[in-house]
Design a protein around this ligand. Structure first.
Ligand SMILES: [Zn+2]
Length: 291
């Protein structure tokens, strides 16, 4: 069973893993003995341009049933294509592949005194003051941002992250506000202080727009982030060498946490994420049905 793109066919897949460019984890899914690669690093042309390279693999879930998964690093691909076009192209393709559940992982920076390098964070909400690209994939779509991160996936990430944290003698938190920054430069101390006053706990370039494009295509989404450094001004000094060491030593295993959570998800979603897509339209449909 396949869905067509302009330049080829993408295998039908209910699941996707978005790998963070900050951690560069899960270098190749075939590196995990449980994964059987079907299609490796294929780029698709869409109405928004080329996608980043996608790898399709099969994996057996905790109940012994095969799951088809697309793995992708959203920020990979030809730089001239532009980040926004690339991620719109990616979600266009994920929709056509039939993806309904997306697990993500990335690196992040702490903007509070409470989260330290190597901590794992599963955010429950986000602040995005960057330029938005919502509504371009499905023009005119109205999506609710109530509970933007899927509770099913957050719970699976929490259970697997706790095990990881125990093994690595680090910590995991399941409540935090992610604030998106655009990069590629780091933020000033004043910008960090401003985002902290607005309620942010961690900052990074990942998470949005993926979290709201996921809802736009009717898919569940949640993410686990590893703290790689303190943002500017949070501590008197932070060390680029420590960031590099965490990326090289520990962060590569974060992809394994995402994969563990994916195979542990219940076969049928128990959340209400799907009902939060087009809530206005659904409300109008209900109102019409009552007339
Ligand atoms: Zn959900």
């Amino acid at each position: 069973m396949v869905a067509s793109s302009e330049t080829g066919q993408i295998a039908a897949a209910e699941y996707a893993i978005l790998g963070g460019s900050g951690t560069g984890t899960l270098g190749s899914p075939e590196g995990d003995p449980r994964a059987r690669v079907v299609q490796r690093e294929k780029v698709f042309t869409t109405p928004f341009g080329d996608t980043p390279p996608l790898t399709n693999f099969q994996i057996t879930d905790d109940a012994g049933v095969e799951r088809s998964v697309l793995f992708v690093r959203p920020h990979e691909g030809r730089p001239e294509a532009g980040r926004e076009a690339r991620i719109l192209a990616l979600f266009w393709l994920l929709q056509r592949a039939g993806v309904r559940r997306i697990v993500a992982e990335s690196g992040t920076a702490s903007i509070t005194q409470h989260f330290h390098p190597r901590d794992l964070i599963i955010p429950h909400d986000f602040i995005d003051l960057t330029r938005q690209c919502g509504g371009q994939l499905v023009p005119g779509s109205m999506i609710s941002m109530r509970d933007p991160f899927c509770p099913d996936i957050r719970e699976a990430l929490w259970q697997r992250s706790r095990r990881f944290a125990a093994d690595k003698a680090t910590r995991v938190f399941n409540r935090a506000v992610h604030a998106t920054v655009e990069g590629p430069r780091f933020e000033t101390a004043a910008e960090v202080a401003a985002l902290a006053r607005l309620g942010g706990d961690i900052i990074g370039q990942a998470v949005t727009p993926a979290v709201y494009l996921a809802r736009e295509i009717g898919a569940c989404f949640a993410t686990v982030e590893m703290v790689l450094n303190y943002a500017e001004g949070v501590r008197p000094e932070w060390d680029f060498d420590l960031l590099r060491a965490i990326v090289q030593e520990g962060a590569e295993e974060l992809g394994g946490v995402a994969l563990d959570a994916l195979v542990a998800l219940p076969p049928q979603p128990e959340c209400s994420c799907a009902s939060l897509r087009d809530p206005v339209e659904r409300g109008e449909a209900r109102a019409a049905a009552q007339l």
